[in-house]
Write a protein that binds this ligand. Structure first.
Ligand code: WT7
Length: 658
């Protein structure tokens, strides 16, 4: 293994190779290596032909004049075309005879008195009506094309209804994950200048009620931008009510027609904004537009999950993340697939819940995250083996590199050695899956996302943009535009250029380090910036640091990632206290609380270490590599009153970090 000027070194070796299961290819959309190669070549050599053909499988009010207009770093896809994402997910499906097919199959978390969960089967026709009624209600509240609407809901069908209703009338939704705190709502509402919030009284999670409406009320003490809050009655808990501002979902739809014109959207009109963490303290609003995002999520859903008419497809992600946008709601519905939504936790009432659901609903395609797989492994295979998983035919993984041990367990225990595994690499910014096996044709190896999807020109380069050879660790970049790429950061064009188009000249830089092996397979090695990946979710270290220093005992803080058995990466916080403040268990708890309050429980540090000073280079840069070593190497001191002392270590290490 050699090292390039990126300083990324790879040491992992994995030689197991699994061919696609016999017979899978015959019924698959992509059924031979030759077909894959022909299509891939066309997608790279003649992207306009390839993507134009894909787009022709969808519905357009007006067709494009040009497939792609590209000038680094701005892409316009299907220029001049008019379409509507909600129309494609609903009306277009009904027109193809799917009116009575289940679009959303919902299962609630609580078990009722008969021991069974609440189920809802919502057909495409019903969903279209629900969306129409709610969209008309939004219009009546004054929501217009181009507005931003904040959605803060649990994983229930109404979340999809709200998203599709926005899409139908041309408002951009900004979905906030229900696990985020009230401060996160304040920041996102302010950045998006959103005047409407759609929420629920509460959500069900691990037997508890998450007080969504109360979080919104708390947030709205700090901003007066929001003029209407729509509240769905879901858990039935008592909520506060602000007259004039708060309005019940049931009143929004009362008396509304189910018919609502699907706004003919320009292909490049925004569809949504979704906030994600970066290397600064401020989350960025990733903007996706209509036509390209629709085509990208449609085609990847079709080919990667090999969706067919009778599939029951379940992606376990929350709609608050991009995975929920692209692969719970838009991609599957645009394919006319049945998409499963489960509201609760994987371990309620115990870790067999997912497998009970696979059995109950005869799930055929299942897409989840490595962190969940590791949790199931730990809970033990008995919880899996008591269920009939014979309906499964394809398994997917997303969110972080999947460790080979988890991959093998997924294959053997869940897939019974007969289901191909697609390890899919992509990002909030890419909108669609970018690197992935195709289940019928790509031989897989545990731990690699394998090869680029059609139209994706991925490469490993050094800082100058020079492509590196096999097994050289470097930066993962994408050299050609793809339809569902982000079109920018909301209200911050400079940051868009700086963040994605500046580190390596002329290409999109993903922020990930990776290598390609001798077969051309991509092995993702993790982020090269100050972003950490906790349980498949992206967190900026700067955001956590800024939460910590908001506590009045804290002078300075540095947060780094460290290996974590279940979460992939855990969070270690090094904290310098103000003069006169003393470390204590209580203070540790208070600091954990500050982070939970300002971001969410997801960002709660696994370790808080008090230190006299932070190790810095002569130029004043925090020596993060040293902190990472300390965080992952030593046991944390049991006695919290002892301060870490970096002075000697830092001197020794200063040379390597420069
Ligand atoms: C980052 C994107 C894409 C939806 C979920 C996360 C990491 C994602 C994989 C994978 C290795 C992966 C990357 C990427 N990542 N999938 N299959 N193998 N790493 O979306 O929050 O935008 O995070 O997640 O580091 O850059 P996100």
């Amino acid at each position: 293994m050699s090292e390039s000027n990126t300083g990324i070194e790879s040491s992992m070796q994995e030689n197991r190779l699994f061919s696609p299961p016999a017979g899978f290819a015959e019924k698959a959309w992509i059924s031979s290596r030759e077909q894959y190669e022909t299509m891939y070549r066309q997608s790279i050599d003649e992207p306009e032909v390839f993507w134009g053909n894909a787009a022709n499988e969808l519905h357009w009010f007006e067709k494009w004049t040009t497939v792609l207009d590209w000038k680094v770093p701005d892409a316009r896809w299907f220029v001049g075309a008019k379409t509507n994402m909600a129309y494609n997910c609903l009306d277009h499906q009904i027109a193809q005879g799917r009116g009575n097919k289940t679009a959303i199959l919902y299962e609630g978390e609580p078990l009722q008195s008969d021991g069974q969960p609440q189920l809802r089967h919502i057909t495409f026709a019903q969903l279209r009506d629900d969306v129409g009624r709610f969209a008309n209600g939004l219009k009546k509240l004054g929501v217009k094309k181009g507005d931003r609407v904040t959605i803060y809901l649990p994983m229930i069908p109404e979340a999809a209804v709200a998203m599709l209703a926005c899409a139908r009338i041309g408002a951009s939704h900004s979905v906030i994950f229900g696990g985020f705190s009230s401060q996160a709502i304040v920041d996102r509402v302010a950045d998006a200048k959103s005047t409407i919030i759609i929420t629920a009284d509460g959500g069900n999670r691990r037997g508890q009620v998450v007080p969504l409406k109360a979080n919104v009320d708390e947030a709205l003490k700090s901003t007066d931008l929001v003029r209407k809050v729509i509240i769905l009655k879901h858990t039935g808990n008592a909520v506060g009510w602000t007259e004039g501002r708060d309005v019940a979902w049931s009143d929004v739809i009362a008396g509304q027609s189910t018919d609502c014109l699907a706004e003919p959207m320009d292909s490049e009109d925004p569809l949504f904004v979704l906030y994600t963490s970066g290397s600064t303290g401020k989350p960025k609003g990733i903007v996706h537009t209509t036509g390209g995002y629709m085509v990208g999520t449609y085609l990847t859903s079709k080919y990667v999950f090999d969706l067919h008419e009778n599939d029951v497809y379940w992606c376990t992600a929350d709609v608050g993340w991009i995975t929920g946008h692209s692969y719970v709601v838009y991609g599957p519905l645009a394919n006319g697939a049945t998409t499963v939504m489960y509201e609760g936790a994987p371990n309620h009432p115990d870790f067999s819940r997912f497998w009970a659901m696979v059995e109950r609903h005869k799930v055929s395609v299942f897409y989840t995250a490595p962190t969940a797989i590791r949790a199931f492994m730990k809970a033990g295979r008995e919880l899996v083996d008591k269920h009939d998983l014979s309906s499964l035919r394809l398994l997917g993984s997303v969110g972080e590199p999947i460790n080979p041990e988890a991959w093998m367990w997924y294959r053997e225990v869940i897939g019974h050695d007969k289901c191909p595994i697609v390890d899919t690499w992509w990002q909030t910014e890419t909108g669609m899956i970018m690197i992935t096996p195709l289940a019928g044709v790509t031989p897989t190896k545990p731990g690699t996302a394998t090869l680029p999807f059609f139209g994706v020109d991925a490469a490993i380069v050094d800082r100058d943009g020079t492509e590196l050879g096999p097994n050289q660790g470097g930066l993962l970049v994408i050299r050609k535009p793809w339809p569902s790429m982000l079109r920018g950061i909301f209200n911050d064009p400079d940051r868009y250029v700086k963040q994605y188009w500046s580190d390596v000249p002329g290409v999109y830089f993903t922020g990930d380090g990776a290598r390609r092996d001798g077969d051309g397979y991509f092995w993702i090695m993790g982020r090269v910036d100050d972003v950490i990946n906790v349980s498949g979710h992206r967190l900026g270290t700067a955001e956590i640091e800024s939460a910590l220093v908001s506590h009045d005992s804290v002078a300075e803080a540095a947060v780094v990632g460290m290996p974590h058995e279940m979460k992939g990466q855990g969070i270690a916080a090094f904290v310098v206290l103000k003069t006169g403040k003393l470390p204590s268990e209580e203070l540790k708890k208070a600091l954990m609380g500050v982070v939970t309050k300002s971001i969410g429980a997801l960002a709660r540090p696994d370790q808080i270490r008090f230190t006299e000073t932070l190790p810095k280079t002569r130029s004043g840069k925090i020596m993060r590599r040293l902190l990472k070593e300390v965080a992952s190497g030593n046991e944390i001191k049991g006695d919290t009153t002892t301060l870490e002392d970096f002075s000697v270590l830092a001197k020794l290490k200063e040379k390597d970090e420069g």
